[in-house]
Design a protein around this ligand. Structure first.
Ligand SMILES: [Zn+2]
Length: 191
């Protein structure tokens, strides 16, 4: 007798025969030692539909796992990354110029980077770095990072005096800062 699946028989000192579909999709028949092969085969035939139903459920669960997003998205191509960085350079140059004028602060070079752990930085010489992925965030978040780095030209720390400078330019800076803390990681998932 043939079946639409393979199965394995495990003999033991048990009194009854039972069929089982494992999580890995293996079909096992647990049988008393006294059962003949043809009896087992008939038993399997009688339970074929039950086995098929469970095997198909296992396949469904597997495909659902993939649907839930285990498949990684293709990595960003170098060409696309370069394109985003150029856009970011234009945006940050414009915003830095705008806010530096309001704050009456000078600055050096602007560099666009992609650092997992940094949104922006300001060197002692006044050179500014910005993470290009910020262009995927709401605009007030970019404004906050620009003002934050410019404020470091006055205060190289995160003291009350530092945040007073930020607040004088962006009274709502706290919500942008919170957005970045709560959602910053998503900027790596969009593209
Ligand atoms: Zn800072």
């Amino acid at each position: 007798m043939s079946h639409p699946f393979e199965y394995k028989v495990i003999y033991s000192s048990r009194k009854t025969i039972a069929i089982q579909v494992t999580r890995e999709g293996q079909v096992l028949v647990r049988s008393p030692k006294s059962c003949t092969r043809s009896y087992i085969d008939t038993f399997v035939s009688q339970n074929e539909n039950w086995v098929l139903k469970h095997l198909s459920r296992i396949k469904e669960t597997e495909s659902q796992k993939e649907k839930a997003g285990i498949c990684p998205q293709p990595p960003l191509s170098e060409k696309d990354r370069a394109r985003y960085m150029k856009i970011a350079r234009d945006i940050f140059a414009r915003k830095t110029e705008y806010y530096a004028r309001i704050m009456d602060i000078s600055y050096g070079r602007i560099s666009i980077r992609e650092q997992k752990t940094r949104w922006g930085s300001c060197s002692s010489k006044g050179n500014l770095n910005f993470n290009w992925r910020l262009i995927l965030a709401p605009e007030e978040v970019l404004d906050y990072v620009v003002v934050h780095e410019l404020a470091h030209r006055r205060e190289m720390n995160h003291s009350k005096a530092f945040y007073a400078i930020v607040e004088s330019v962006l009274p709502d800076y706290r919500s942008a800062r919170k957005w970045l803390r709560d959602n910053g990681q998503t900027l790596w998932e969009t593209v």
